[in-house]
Design a protein around this ligand. Structure first.
Ligand code: B4P
Length: 186
């Protein structure tokens, strides 16, 4: 089974993906984590991407698609994965559908975590204090939210049309959010 966690920055996609990965043995594929690894390893790609991510912008589609394609082939096509933070644009959603089609797989659920902006602010501020991520600050969060509204929300109608979309309350406690997800996964 392949699922997508969808939501604004700080909605809890990564938090829940890790929990479901442990519970179901499904693999988490986080494009954010992959990009941060490139940055930590100071690769040429990482150096360029840090500038974009610190600006709160989305990384170009072709880079993200290229980065994830090998993982889709090896993991989504064999045992099923949790896509965390991907796709974030229509071009990425199209590319994912094509990759999965290539191995007769599909997305079972697109789970949208709904969270109000004020709560996102508070979570990101807390994470900044804990982890010091360079894209976690009030100014960059505003830009990341703007990018989410400009590009990413367009992905939802794409999945709604295909009856794959389900929304949950991401403002509950971490455990309560997990319970809502497990209900959908059955
Ligand atoms: P991501 O790494 O995807 O980061 P995110 O949106 O901040 O994360 P997430 O929603 O997973 O929040 P988390 O669980 O950590 O992206 C970072 C950047 O990478 C993007 O801005 C973009 O530049 C680039 N990028 C990534 N993918 C891309 C793509 N496909 N295309 C283009 N660019 C891409 O939760 C946040 C905090 O809240 C945590 O501290 C957590 O402990 C807390 N929290 C979570 N759930 C909670 C709950 N229920 N209650 C209380 N606190 C909670």
């Amino acid at each position: 089974m392949n699922i997508i966690f969808f939501g604004p920055p700080g909605a809890g996609k990564g938090t829940q993906a890790k929990i479901i990965e442990d519970k179901y043995g499904m693999k988490q594929l986080s494009t954010g984590d992959m990009l941060r690894e490139e940055i930590a390893n100071k690769t040429d790609l990482g150096v360029k991407m840090k500038l974009i991510m610190d600006e709160g912008k989305l990384v170009p589609d072709e880079i993200v698609i290229e980065m994830i394609s090998g993982h889709v082939k090896s993991d989504a096509c064999s045992k099923g994965v949790i896509f965390d933070g991907f796709p974030r644009t229509i071009a990425q959603a199209d590319a994912l559908a094509e990759m999965l089609d290539g191995c007769s797989q599909e997305i079972a659920h697109v789970i949208e975590l709904k969270v109000d902006d004020a709560i996102l602010d508070a979570r990101i501020e807390k994470r900044l204090r804990k982890e010091g991520r360079s894209d976690d600050n009030v100014v960059t969060l505003k830009k990341r939210l703007a990018q989410y509204r400009l590009y990413s929300v367009d992905v939802l109608p794409y999945y709604k049309e295909k009856n794959m979309h389900q929304e949950i309350d991401g403002m509950k406690s971490i455990d309560e959010v997990t319970t809502q997800i497990l209900k959908i996964l059955g």
